[in-house]
Design a protein around this ligand. Structure first.
Ligand SMILES: [Zn+2]
Length: 498
């Protein structure tokens, strides 16, 4: 049992001096989605189940008091208090039948969509792929589904992401807290025209410097970067106090670890160390598939890689939703996901999905091999955590597999349970682990006294049924409670359009 403050009057003045990021007044454009705010009331969440994000068992029938944007107290039935003389007028919410858990910290949460022009029913499209920014729909889907902090993990429109962050922080647009990742650090061969192609290591260093000056707070290396460029980018980012992750291909996982990378994206799917004919600094067409086809936690290579990652404190980001099409059994087409999409986006998604299912039916051997990739990756992610590795969670919403902002973050946590984690472990990966990586675990990531009131209210009990994380009612960000459904409804039919 944790130690709980008995006298709220003592704990609250100390909290009032703490930094409160909800200092800006909310504009009417944001206020219309707000149901309660600790700026007006002290909020008492009563008779609620608390999943605190540390992996500890839930506290049943708790009272959680939110004041001035912070979590002021967590009381069990045994030491419930009545009244708080110095507090703002209290508003009591009876949350019987509800659970709260920390706001999700989404670690692969892009702000764009990816379109394939003139996609036809055979799956053919014409170049170039176009990558429209979703500055309207994405932040609302993220926040509405319970993501209170995210990292963009690769930016297509870096100025737009930086300005979006400011607009949200100033209360002009609803959305989560954002760690803006710089533009993709990519070499020649970029899939999108929006990307700069690095010329050499000096260019990598200059690019990191320029965007750090503009205000990005992390970086991401991409598939065609060279080791020399990656090394220059990592060193420069670290000099600026920023972290660098990578969706790699030309550079293998062990090479990137030796170069000092902080984080690797897409679980173990994009490691090319065992791809046949892998040339240094070149991304093979197979882009990691032969490696994950062979690699399990029991193989010498799998064991050695996990040990290397843990020893060098390199985090891994699990992005299972974007790979769920590898196993058609796991693909579930949720009505709410289809409803969020614009009509052309829905058509593109259903066309692609239909082709996937058709291919799987026509070639069951190949389909089984693809499903095995997902199994191997899940086993590697589970073993990585068991060995002490820091696993992060994010959906990688780019349109693939019906993976959407927010809904995809929830799906990621559900798929972690499929991978063998308990619901409480999966929630910890989606909350505290991200906060830890971001260096913000003092303020966010768990439900604890003194932390920011960033938390999700759902009906049901996700500690027993993980799918209950989808039943979002209120999303608290810095003590401001947003109406989840109202936010989600406001973008119906818009994702993919703007
Ligand atoms: Zn991505």
């Amino acid at each position: 049992m944790r130690i709980l403050p008995l006298f709220l009057a003592l704990s609250i003045p100390a909290l009032a001096t703490a930094q409160n990021s909800a200092q800006h007044d909310l504009s009417p454009a944001v206020a219309r989605y707000v149901k309660y705010s600790t700026a007006k009331n002290t909020l008492w969440l009563e008779h609620v189940r608390v999943i605190d994000g540390t992996g500890a068992p839930p506290i049943e029938d708790a009272t959680v008091i939110l004041s001035d944007g912070k979590i002021a107290a967590i009381l069990t039935p045994a030491n419930r208090v009545f009244g708080c003389p110095d507090c703002l007028p209290a508003l009591h919410l009876d949350l019987t039948g509800h659970t709260i858990f920390p706001g999700l910290v989404g670690m692969h949460d892009h702000m764009y969509y990816l379109t394939r022009p003139d996609l036809d029913i055979t799956g053919a499209s014409e170049p170039p792929p176009v990558v429209p920014q979703m500055s309207f729909s994405s932040p609302r889907l993220y926040l509405g589904a319970g993501v209170t902090t995210l990292r963009t993990t690769g930016s297509i429109e870096p100025y737009e992401d930086i300005n979006l962050r400011r607009a949200i922080d100033e209360g002009r647009i609803p959305g989560p807290h954002i760690d803006v990742t710089g533009p993709y650090l990519e070499g020649p061969g970029a899939f999108a025209l929006e990307m700069h192609e690095l010329k050499d290591a000096a260019d990598a260093k200059a690019t990191v410097d320029f965007w750090a000056d503009q205000g990005v707070t992390s970086f991401k290396a991409y598939m065609n970067i060279t080791r020399a460029e990656l090394k220059a980018a990592i060193d420069e980012a670290h000099k600026r106090g920023l972290k660098l992750t990578g969706h790699l291909c030309s550079v293998t996982y062990p090479e990137a670890v030796e170069l000092g990378i902080d984080n690797l994206e897409h679980g173990f799917f994009v490691n090319t160390q065992l791809d046949p004919g892998k040339q240094p600094d070149i991304c093979p067409r197979t882009s990691g598939t032969p490696t994950i086809a062979k690699m399990t936690p029991d193989t010498p290579e799998g064991k050695a890689l996990i040990a290397l990652l843990v020893q060098h404190h390199v985090a891994i980001t699990s992005t299972l939703p974007v790979f769920q099409s590898d196993d058609p059994v796991r693909l579930h087409v949720q009505p709410r996901v289809l409803a969020a999409m614009s009509a052309p986006t829905r058509e593109q998604y259903l066309t692609t999905r239909n082709l996937e299912l058709q291919r799987a039916a026509e070639n069951p051997t190949q389909a089984a091999a693809r499903a095995q990739l997902l199994k191997n990756d899940m086993a590697m992610e589970h073993a990585f955590v068991a060995a002490g590795g820091l696993l992060l969670a994010g959906p990688d919403p780019t349109g693939d597999g019906g993976t959407l902002p927010g809904y995809g973050d929830q799906r990621e946590i559900e798929l972690l349970v499929d991978a063998g984690f308990t619901p409480l472990e999966a929630i910890k990966i989606g909350t505290l682990n991200g906060a830890t990586y971001e260096g913000r675990a003092d303020h966010i990531g768990t439900i604890a006294v003194g932390k920011n009131a960033d938390l999700v209210v759902v009906t049901g009990d996700p500690s027993k049924n993980i799918n209950d994380i989808e039943n979002t009612e209120l999303i608290f960000k810095d003590g401001v409670a947003f109406d989840s459904q109202k936010l989600l409804d406001s973008v119906k039919g818009r994702y993919g359009q703007y």
